[in-house]
Write a protein that binds this ligand. Structure first.
Ligand code: UD1
Length: 430
């Protein structure tokens, strides 16, 4: 199994190309099931989660071709992928496939809308809390679906004549359930209004693509989304938006090590709250023509408190990385996680590098230490694993991160991107 070896202490200097967003690419790929025409997605990152979803969509009958020639984008390889689901050959998403990644559960929306039925295994994915599916079920029921849970599967059927538009106000913000309800409503009879919708940029990106396919969606990116159902959707060509979590992660890496890095092909408006928090730690962040420049000179890292929140708040997917940064601050900081329970598994691994962190409920108290020291650590989930990388970049000596398949789910060519900026990071295959 691969491990990543990091020798800390180098500042970062150079250019890091930002990939297309994993969390946008996944729902966009799933949306291809809504049409018998071809959906072409550009700027799709090459990640384990994308490959897994390709297998899942193939199981439903999608014909998928990846552009033979990879489109070169800076130093990374963004891919263009064509998805054609002429016929849906199976409306069942089995446990063996869905258990590997929670987002694969989202196929329930398009399958139900297009075929009138779906049988989808209850999901798996990162072990960061219980992550139930009640909001999906209530939302789809508001469109007239009949839903039963049986033997670990969700069985959903639409009434004769298909789903009907409805009104549903989420009691709690859910990105995935917003994606699913929006996709299902595109082909429902009549108008659907979704209240307390997730406002994440990836929701707006999905709506943009669906509209290019012929859907009639307004308000995506705000708390209220209105969808006028249409009879069918066509193909389209869409470019996946930049990965704001990858952007924030590398910005924090520079804030941690010091240096001067341009993050290319990204957009600061996707992560203003996080960038503001990074600025307050002492890094300078400015906009360039094609992205963001992050600079931190000699001065130390100031302690900053954050609370995670749905967009436009501080993203939970950057919480672990920010904690990594705070481990070397010049004082005491507090990080409160409000989205997921049990999303502090990185705490004990960061402690192995010398971090001083104590937990009280959903809040972590981080007492900055003068030095971190490399150690063997274990990646526990996707975002937690990259927080270890950030800390290791500023630790003395060698850190060996095991279970890096977590990293490969969400960070494209991480070691290459960091190495080109002067970091000492290499993949070791046993
Ligand atoms: C998505 C992101 C993930 C991010 C999360 C929150 C993708 C592929 N994943 O995950 O990286 O961390 O948004 O920004 O885009 N919940 C329920 N019932 C439900 C559904 C969710 O209680 O039916 C809860 C969850 O347990 C969690 C909260 O709602 O506490 C938010 O989860 P949600 O926004 O649904 O996360 P995902 O869409 O799974």
């Amino acid at each position: 199994m691969d491990r990543i070896r990091i020798v800390g202490g180098n500042k970062l200097h150079g250019v890091i190309p930002i990939s297309g967003a994993k969390n946008a690419a996944l729902p966009l790929m799933i949306a291809s099931l809504l049409t018998d025409d071809t959906l072409t997605l550009e700027n799709v990152p090459h990640l384990a989660d994308v490959e897994q979803l390709i297998r899942i969509l193939g199981n439903h009958g999608a014909d998928i071709s990846v552009n033979g020639r990879r489109e070169r984008q800076g130093e990374s390889y963004a891919r263009t992928i064509h998805f054609t689901s002429r016929n849906i050959v199976s409306t069942t998403a089995p446990y063996e496939l869905v258990s590997k990644m929670r987002a694969s559960f989202w196929v329930i929306g398009p399958l139900l809308a297009r075929e009138g039925k779906a049988r989808v295994s209850l999901p798996g994915g990162c072990a960061i809390g219980t992550r139930p599916v009640d909001l999906f079920i209530e939302g789809l029921a508001a469109l007239g679906a009949n839903i039963e849970i049986d033997g670990g599967y969700v069985n959903a059927t639409a009434p004769e004549g298909g789903l009907t538009g409805g009104r549903y106000v989420f009691p709690k913000v859910s990105v995935g359930a917003t994606h699913v309800l929006m996709m299902a409503a595109t082909l429902a009879n009549g108008t659907t209004v979704i209240g307390n919708a997730a406002r994440e940029p990836e929701v707006a990106d999905l709506a943009k693509c669906l509209n290019a396919m012929g859907a009639k969606i307004s308000g995506a990116g705000t708390g209220t989304i209105t969808i006028e159902g249409v009879r069918s959707l066509s193909g389209a060509r869409h470019r996946v938006l930049p990965d704001r979590i990858e952007t924030g992660t590398y910005a924090m890496a520079v804030a941690m090590t010091g240096g001067d890095v341009i993050l290319e092909d990204t957009d600061s408006s996707l992560l203003e709250t996080a960038l503001e928090a990074i600025r307050r730690t002492g890094a300078e962040i400015s906009e360039t023509n094609s992205g963001i420049r992050v600079v931190r000179n000699g001065a130390g890292i100031r302690p900053v408190d954050i609370v995670t929140d749905p967009f436009p708040g501080f993203p939970t997917d950057l919480q672990a990385q920010f904690m990594g940064l705070m481990t070397k601050s010049s004082g005491v900081s507090h990080i409160t996680e409000t989205i997921f329970e049990n999303r502090f598994m990185h705490v004990q691994e960061l402690a192995r590098l010398g971090a001083k962190i104590s937990l009280s409920g959903q809040t972590a108290k981080i007492e900055g230490v003068g030095r971190l020291k490399g150690a063997p650590v274990m990646a526990t989930d996707l975002r937690a694993s990259v927080s270890l990388v950030i800390a290791a970049l500023a630790a003395e000596g060698e850190t060996m991160v095991s279970r890096v398949y977590h990293l490969d789910r969400g960070f494209e060519r991480l070691e290459e991107k960091l190495t080109r900026c002067g970091a000492h990071v290499e993949r070791v295959s046993d």
